[in-house]
Design a binder for this molecule. Sequence first.
Ligand code: DON
Length: 304
Amino acid sequence: MDYQRILEEIADEVKPILKNGIVANYIPELAKVPQDKFGMYLLTLDQETYAVGDYDEKFSIQSISKVFMLAMAVGKCKEKVYRRVDVEPSGDPFNSLVQLEYEEGIPRNPFINSGALVVTDMLISNLDDPRGEFLEYVNNLTGQDDIKYNEKVAASEKLHGFKNAAMVNLIKSYGNIHNDIEDVLDLYFDFCSIEMTCHELAKAFRVFANHGKGVIDSHRYLTKSQFKRIAAIMLTCGFYDEAGEFAFRVGLPGKSGVGGGIAAILPNEYSIVVWSPGLNKKGNSYAGMKALELFTSKTASSIF
Ligand code: DON
């Protein structure tokens, strides 16, 4: 399969729609990113790499970080994680509060904001230096040591993160946040502010494509069963109230972020990452979804 030609075809095909969608502006620092950026990176388990466009430019990974948070929490706390967050699709926007009251502070899943806030709380309770250890975990997954938080982005979100503040307070009122709410919010904003390139994210997600075992370092980050569960949650909850649409059009487990990135995997085969900052109404990359749909269609590859 001529993957390089396919990626180049896709970059041409999505060019006219890069202007569709809107760059996230509820975090003012993110609104500064030019809308016409587009990058894509494909990494196979046998170390073949294919790339196009702005694949080596850093962007804010935002909610893609929730996969790393969950992986680290499951590695530390095992099955206990799933007593405090459920594993059902929410069918609601990523920052919705409505279900939290009906469901007494148990978030629907770890990939909506409320769920990631509870996971952040667990990491605070179980790590000596959660801020440092999380970054080390992401660096290890990626095989690097220079991945960082963007303090400007975290500070910008903190100034405007009223819904997240409301959520963490509501969850705390049901006893499902154990630490100080300011500590949980600050750490969650830091986790979301990590900057990576398409290439770096593809390296990190290749560990998931390899069922939780590092391809380069051979370290087992997750057991096969832990990985299977996280992949299932990516498929059913990775795109909020558009998870069905992503499974329908693309057919891969994956995760999006409001920075415009999407990381996805075909287990045993490859990781693939796309970045295009214009978002659709559900907060997922407009052209990124289209690019991945074109990729799995042209290569006839999906989990189905
Ligand atoms: O909490 C927030 O709203 C952001 N830090 C992350 C949201 C996000 O990326 C949802 N993505 N589609």
